[in-house]
Design a protein around this ligand. Structure first.
Ligand code: HEC
Length: 111
């Protein structure tokens, strides 16, 4: 019973989106992108839980049709947000190489 109660917020929050790719099956590129995420994004965004931190959760970000803002969930749109920031989100563009940005996007597609 307790275990079931623990599941409830999870079920309510994720609206039946199945889990993303497990960390243990990431490709080399995706794993590098995970490293970028941990250092540049994780303090503000959850990746495996639906709860918001400082910004919205990125769980399933590319498996849903729209970003939290309502913009289409596409690489170009997410790249724009990463490079230039959005409202309270600071721009991260200056800190990332082209390769890091590409790895990060690959990783975000696994969520
Ligand atoms: C200092 C905290 C902070 C950091 C660091 C941060 N974000 Fe955000 N992010 C936010 C906030 C706050 C929002 C909500 C912006 C809004 O729409 O008002 C947001 C929104 C987003 C969105 C949704 C945009 C939309 O159109 O709805 C994406 C995608 C995103 N961030 C990705 C990232 C990625 C990837 C990184 C790492 C490179 C990152 N963020 C780093 C705070 C942060």
């Amino acid at each position: 019973m307790l275990a079931l109660l623990g599941l409830l917020p999870f079920l309510a929050g994720c609206k039946s989106l199945p889990p993303g790719k497990p960390l243990s099956s990431l490709t080399a590129e995706e794993a590098r992108g995970r490293g970028v995420f941990v250092s540049a994004c994780a303090r503000c965004h959850n990746a495996y839980e639906t709860q918001a931190l400082h910004g919205p959760s990125l769980y399933g970000v590319f498996r849903k049709p729209y970003l939290p803002s309502g913009a289409p969930a596409r690489d170009d749109r997410v790249t724009e947000v990463i490079l230039h920031g959005r409202n309270l989100m600071p721009p991260a563009g200056g800190d990332l190489t082209q390769q890091q940005l590409q790895d990060l996007l690959r990783y975000l597609h696994t969520l």
